[in-house]
Design a protein around this ligand. Structure first.
Ligand SMILES: [Zn+2]
Length: 403
């Protein structure tokens, strides 16, 4: 038995993985810079990267801009990941739909589709995914051998489909079922983590890539992920949605978790809807009342109608109040972990009150100016499948050194 550390093959994988991570995080990088960052000699890096170039996973992108020269007076050649070296599938179960996308290693979409879940069983859905998968391969003239695998993400509202005893076992079950049917590697995670990974992997604005980030989903669902030192921080009890149970009002109503005034009781979209309905009953919403002819069942809460909803000052106030509570939770996170970025996905207020309102409230309530910190996610809601593609590229390409 050889216990003298890591085998040669593993070492090669680890080195390759480190190189890929550096390029993903910083964009095209020179060999000398890579050597500096992972503390290997330039000669070693040259051997490893030349092999990776031969295999096609990275390529020489050209010379670094500017006049900076290396020791021998030559310009540095930048190495980048070959986006079309391999491809992957992303599948996301979210809000009663399954979104499927085929992308390259940089998250550029080749094909996408969406299936309704309705009353279908998981077996029926997997059959539809199977057909979709092969149709997309044919349309793109790709073979199974061009695909590194499938990244699958499941949102909280879809776990019921899987019948596992908890989320973790449900995800393992789904992985097994898909691997058996599709005959390809599958990785599964929850959607918010997948989205955060995709944000870190596919964002091409390398200046925006940070080591510490809070990734917040605030749409029909509230959930968040903390990224600390480039890694997702996992709490020991991973099942609970920690962000929605941050207390923002000590005098608030009881939450299902037993505490008072958690985020979800103060700012979830369903709570706001209920408050609008309560207001309506009291006749404090003249514009909304007129537009629905006094019929409460006609209130349209879809995003397209939000602007109209906000025409009544009383309703607008409810939304602003929710944003105010959001700033309390964010203030606490900023104080504790000092993230360099706070990224918002599916930010429902973006369509009605915009990011500026949030920045203004943060300044007013907490005297914190976080204009440079807060960003909207680069992943649009209708490309949510990229959460799966990001997960797949991270786990089945970068982590394993491109194998
Ligand atoms: Zn709670």
């Amino acid at each position: 038995m050889n216990n003298n550390g890591i085998s040669k093959l593993n070492l090669k994988r680890i080195n390759r993985s480190e190189i890929l991570k550096i390029i993903i995080k910083n964009g095209p990088t020179s060999r000398i810079e890579i050597a500096k960052r992972i503390n290997l000699t330039r000669a070693a890096i040259t051997i490893i990267t030349n092999e990776m170039i031969q295999e096609g996973m990275i390529y020489e992108k050209g010379e670094e801009r500017g006049n900076e020269k290396n020791g021998r007076g030559r310009r540095k050649i930048l190495l980048d990941i070959n986006a079309n070296y391999k491809f992957c599938f992303g599948i996301v179960f979210d809000n009663q739909k399954v979104s499927i996308g085929l992308s390259n290693l940089k998250g550029e979409t080749l094909d996408k589709a969406s299936l309704n879940i309705g009353a279908k069983s998981i077996e029926e859905i997997i059959e539809e995914i199977y057909n979709c998968f092969h149709e997309m391969l044919r349309n793109s003239s790709l073979q199974i051998s061009n695909i590194i695998g499938i990244g699958v993400c499941v949102s909280n509202d879809c776990f019921y489909l899987l019948n596992g005893k908890d989320k973790k076992s449900s995800m393992q079950l789904l992985k097994k079922m898909l691997e058996r049917r599709m005959n390809i590697s599958v990785v599964v995670n929850n959607t918010t983590e997948g989205l955060a990974i995709a944000e870190m992997t596919f964002n091409k604005d390398y200046k925006e890539k940070t080591s510490n980030m809070v990734f917040l989903r605030y749409g029909y669902e509230i959930d968040a992920v903390m990224v600390l030192h480039d890694k997702i921080y996992h709490r020991p009890s991973s099942d609970s949605n920690w962000f929605s149970h941050i207390v923002v009002d000590t005098k608030g109503d009881y939450c299902e978790c037993g505490k008072k005034g958690c985020c979800r009781t103060k700012m979830s979209i369903n709570i706001i809807k209920q408050k609008v309905i309560d207001l309506y009953k009291e006749g404090k919403t003249p514009i909304l009342y007129e537009n629905t002819n006094g019929d409460i069942s006609k209130i349209d809460f879809t995003v397209e109608n939000l602007k109209l909803l906000l025409s009544d000052i009383s309703v607008k106030h409810l939304y602003e109040e929710a944003l105010e509570y959001l700033t309390y939770a964010l203030d606490n996170l900023i104080t504790v972990i000092a993230p360099e970025k706070i990224v918002l996905f599916d930010f429902v207020f973006e369509k009605i009150l915009d990011l500026e309102s949030l920045i203004t409230i943060m300044k007013r309530e907490h005297n914190i100016s976080f204009k440079d910190k807060i960003k909207l996610s680069t992943i649009p809601m209708n490309n949510i499948y990229l959460a799966g593609n990001g997960l797949c590229v991270d786990k089945l390409f970068i982590e394993v050194g491109g194998e």
